[in-house]
Design a protein around this ligand. Structure first.
Ligand code: SF4
Length: 403
């Protein structure tokens, strides 16, 4: 996750660079249930409004939560499916509140109303992220249910009324990129605290619809808008925390933006911060537990399982000798193609490896969603690059690099 507003602040109010000592404890994104009342086009968990067998029982979930707490994860994000549809969500959340420093809820927002919103407020979530992929009918088309936009907006308003920090989560594609200005306006009109732009990841339904991924030019325009909005907060506009996810090239794009406007020493300071961050954190600073209890390097790597919390505690799996985790934690990573030759890999970390894997079967191939030009990444002009082929049903061996 690239915290754009935070790095914008570094250009205006520099603070010392903090370097990690040893491997960090990961932020854990925990998909508590695959059940969901919506049917989103890009859903990476391929959720539906049915019971899915094999999900963690209340006792297994509770045991996992205690282990996570003892392990000392800095943040826990309860997600789904739609997490509010899990019966023991509030009992788990109440215990999680006591065990983790930062507790967040990732929801489609349609159920954060009335008594449920009261309980969310009472538990004291640090943040509630609500997914909205466009205004009105655009959102509803993405989410597969008419009225989903109005319901999600009601959820946003419920949170605001109860003093809960709330953010909009927007997945950028060809079909909704034009509505980004409206979404930012909506944030300001509703007093939303945070805006998260996710680039499309080719996983679950997102892989089937990868042909809809925003092309490089609209992606750059989207970043221009976000940077302008983050800058405006330093010029009197209301505060709006802006973050992006799943395309760490955003950090390099922002560095170039800063280099054209700020003195050299400030830009060098920003670069030092970005290198300390290091870009893609799959398997390092982020971990995923899916609804079945399987642990993955991040939410999109459902094809690669480190182990199951039904058999082994999360803490033991994460600190064990899993070969893919060891690879992801290597520095520098064994990147290939444009990513291997890129002069900014120390900032970006090679971006989102699952996209490379889905297109080529090789997790170390270049990320096809990098929208930076050859000149911007310091490679010879005209070098061949990977392009995104629409999904045709072909499938790579899920773990070809170990077989
Ligand atoms: S070429 Fe690869 S490493 Fe360089 S910025 Fe783009 S995605 Fe990141």
């Amino acid at each position: 996750m690239f915290r754009l507003s935070q790095y914008m602040d570094q250009l205006h109010r520099p603070s010392p660079v903090r370097r990690r000592r040893g491997p960090p404890r990961p932020v854990v994104i925990w998909n508590l249930t695959r059940r969901c009342n919506l049917r989103c086009k890009h859903c990476y968990t391929v959720s539906a409004d049915v019971d899915f067998p094999g999900e963690l029982t209340a006792a297994q979930a509770r045991e996992t939560l205690e282990d996570i707490g003892r392990f000392g994860v800095p943040a826990l994000i309860l997600s789904g499916g739609e997490p509010l549809l899990r019966d023991d969500l509030f009992s788990l959340a109440r215990r999680a509140r006591a065990l983790t420093r930062v507790l967040a809820l990732s929801t489609n927002g349609t159920g954060v109303i009335g008594a449920k919103a009261d309980r969310v407020a009472e538990i004291g979530f640090d943040y509630v992220g609500i997914s909205i992929d466009g205004i009105g009918a655009t959102n509803d088309a993405f989410r597969g249910v008419i009225g989903a936009f109005d319901q999600a907006l009601a959820g946003v308003r419920s949170c605001k009324r109860r003093g809960i920090k709330v953010g909009l989560r927007f997945t950028l594609t060809e079909d909704n990129a034009h509505q980004l200005p409206d979404l930012l306006r909506l944030c300001d009109d509703e007093g939303v605290d945070k805006f998260y732009l996710s680039h499309l990841v080719y996983a679950g339904r997102g892989n089937k619809h990868r042909g809809d991924d925003a092309a490089h030019t609209p992606t750059r325009r989207a970043l221009d808008l976000l940077i302008a909005r983050a800058a405006a907060s330093h010029e009197g506009a209301p505060p709006l925390e802006i973050v992006t996810g799943n395309n760490d090239a955003d950090a390099v794009y922002f560095l170039d933006w800063a280099a054209a406007r700020f003195p050299e020493d400030r830009v060098a300071h920003l670069r030092a911060h970005l290198e300390a961050w290091g870009g893609n954190a799959s398997g390092v600073g982020v971990a995923n537990i899916d609804t079945q209890g399987d642990v993955h390097p991040d939410t999109y790597w459902s094809d690669y399982t480190i182990g199951s919390v039904k058999e082994t505690p999360f803490s033991a799996l994460w600190t064990g000798d899993d070969p893919m985790l060891a690879e992801l934690r290597r520095r520098p990573r064994p990147l290939k193609g444009r990513c291997g030759a890129c002069m900014h890999r120390a900032i970006c970390g090679g971006n989102t490896r699952i996209r490379a894997l889905q297109l080529t079967g090789d997790p170390w191939a270049e990320d096809p969603a990098c929208y930076l030009t050859d000149a911007e990444i310091g490679v010879a002009p005209g070098a061949e690059r990977l392009t995104v082929r629409p999904f045709t049903g072909d499938r790579h061996d899920p773990q070809p690099w170990f077989t």
